[in-house]
Design a protein around this ligand. Structure first.
Ligand SMILES: [Zn+2]
Length: 82
């Protein structure tokens, strides 16, 4: 197997792990980490940190339709089609 000589910068891996990297770049990162142990370990560590942060967040009550409102989805359309 060919070993990668260049690796993805940490700030790009953070964006990938948090889901804020544009899709086209995410595909490139996914391809790279599928072949690169070093970067895959970094992403796994970042994912673990993100998971721990989410797990330890205080729970808050949210409106049943807040997902749809925040994503610009018409509430009436959702109700008619669910
Ligand atoms: Zn790498």
């Amino acid at each position: 197997m060919i070993e990668a000589k260049h690796h993805i910068p940490n700030e790009i891996l953070v964006a990938y792990s948090t889901g804020t990297l544009p899709e086209a770049f995410s595909i490139i990162v996914a391809c790279h980490i599928s072949l690169c142990d070093k970067c895959r370990v970094e992403v796994e560590a970042l994912d673990a940190v993100g998971g721990a942060i989410l797990t330890n967040q205080e729970k808050i009550d949210v409106d049943e339709d807040s997902f749809f409102k925040n994503n610009g989805i018409d509430i009436e359309f959702k109700r008619k089609n669910s």
